[in-house]
Design a binder for this molecule. Structure first.
Ligand code: SDX
Length: 430
């Protein structure tokens, strides 16, 4: 047994030894599980800025270096050399697949892309102008009512089937939510297409004519999916872990994660960021918005900027920025005003002491919307695309949690600042 280092916590007449646990990379962690029993105190950390909720082997982020590793592999290398389903295999099983393993995995995903035919009636119950995220929350939660043979989280085989089903069906659900919102018929998946090509086919093809997947768009879509696949214990992943810690089935837990991702401080930022860039409109209006972002009395924030962990460039934003230049160039969209505003906004912000001092850099959501808009998606589809990409991360973290012997139902405590015990008073005495 390696030497167990301890942290000494001294307060009042108490001295409590807390074990220090070593990671493979990153900060040590102080194990406070016995603190309440030994010291009759809680720790206090709203927003969990200094709290590790679990041990994980999946994704590592170094916020100071701007480093992101999926199972140890740098995101930049994967974005350049890998593809989304290979990343899915890596995140799910921990190693890059052999050619045979990848072929088998892709075949299994391909054969689960269709939805139960009854599920289309859930879409039809929504108003046409429903936000696609609202539809995804509802339809993914409803999967619990259709796939009973993969809801027993205690059965490894059912966990495997649920994982494949979630990864395979999310593009179909997202695409059908999009089709429903624009009044076009649902397009079924085609097994002859690859994962990202199939998604584009289901979004943009219509029965009235043939649709040929553009390889430039398909590669761009695949890269966007890779960049969003997992990100350690972010809010939506923590939501999935907390929901499934009670034993809830994977579909209900993923639906909770989708709901959390929708918020503009999280996955909803890609939609909010593009809308902000469009509202700014031209480069000459940037100073006005920079001033608002710095104004304590103005709730406005630069969407797509800042991050709880990254205090350097989000490595995904760098790849996304290169991809934006490449895709718009290949599509012949040269003088895209929105991209011009985004680049100038980034330049001005990163020269401004407010952003420099607070270490606020562009994050994954800053450039993604520019690419997605150029590909033909409305802003309402940006977060659904984030959700379908992050499904593999949610599922990988869910599987890891289910088999982690240290995991128990998540149940935080609180610092109570409400009324102390008091007697009920009759209404005539109030
Ligand atoms: C994602 O966690 C993940 O990993 C998330 C994600 C993933 O892959 O899962 O990376 C995806 O959610 C990326 C983030 C997308 N959100 C946005 O772009 C929304 C805009 N950003 C902010 O709302 C904010 O930066 C957060 C929510 C991302 C981070 O919030 P924190 O860590 O709680 O930081 P904070 O709000 O405490 O900000 C620190 C300071 C504050 O000023 P002070 O009170 O210290 O004076 O920086 C300021 C904030 O006012 N600040 C900003 C700002 N972000 C932070 N000021 C202006 N514009 C901003 N964008």
């Amino acid at each position: 047994m390696a030497d167990i280092e301890t942290a000494k916590l001294t307060f009042g007449d108490k001295v409590i030894d807390l074990p220090i646990m070593k990671p493979s990379v990153g900060p040590d962690v102080i194990d406070i599980r016995k603190l309440y029993a030994q010291g009759d105190v809680f720790t206090y950390d709203p927003g969990f800025t200094s709290t590790a909720s679990c041990s994980s082997t999946i994704t590592y982020i170094d916020g100071d270096k701007g480093e992101l590793l999926y199972r140890g592999y740098p995101i930049e290398e994967l974005a350049d050399k890998s593809h989304f389903l290979e990343c899915c295999y890596l995140l799910l099983y921990g190693e890059l697949p052999s050619a045979a393993e990848l072929e088998d995995f892709e075949a299994r995903v391909t054969r689960h892309t269709m939805l139960h035919e009854q599920m289309q009636y859930f879409f039809r119950g929504f108003r046409r102008d429903a936000h696609p995220m609202a539809i995804m929350v509802g339809v993914v939660g409803a999967m619990s009512a259709f796939y009973h043979d993969s809801t027993d989280i205690g059965d490894p085989w059912q966990r495997e089937v649920a994982s494949i089903r979630m990864i395979a069906k999310m593009p179909t659900i997202a695409a059908w939510a999009f089709k429903y919102s624009i009044g076009q018929p649902f397009v079924y998946p085609k097994n002859s297409l690859d994962y990202s090509g199939n998604f584009l086919h289901m979004c943009f093809s219509v029965p009235a004519e043939d649709y040929v997947v553009d390889p430039i768009l398909s590669r761009a879509m695949d890269r966007i999916m890779m960049l969003h696949a997992d990100h350690e214990q972010n809010a939506s992943t923590s939501t999935v872990r907390l929901a499934s810690s009670s034993g809830a089935n994977p579909f209900a837990s993923i639906a909770a994660g989708i709901a959390c991702l929708w918020g503009p401080a999280h996955g909803g930022a890609n939609q909010a960021c593009l809308e902000m860039l469009q509202e700014i409109g031209t480069v000459d209006r940037i100073p006005e918005y920079i001033a608002r972002a710095k104004d304590k009395d103005d709730p406005f924030r630069l969407m797509g900027f800042g991050h709880r962990v990254y205090k350097n460039f989000d490595p995904r934003a760098k790849v996304m920025k290169q991809s934006a230049d490449e895709v718009l160039g290949l599509l012949g969209i040269d003088n895209n005003e929105t991209l011009k505003v985004a680049k100038e906004l980034e330049k001005i912000a990163l020269e401004d002491p407010y952003f420099v001092d607070k270490k606020l850099y562009p994050n994954v959501d800053f450039y993604s919307g520019i690419i997605l808009e150029a590909m033909g998606f409305p802003t309402s589809m940006f977060t659904p695309i984030f959700a379908l990409s992050r499904t593999v991360g949610w599922i990988s973290q869910w599987k890891e949690m289910i088999t982690d012997p240290e995991q128990r139902i998540g149940r935080p405590r609180q610092r109570y600042i409400g009324a102390p015990r008091r007697e009920y008073t009759e209404i005539e005495d109030r």
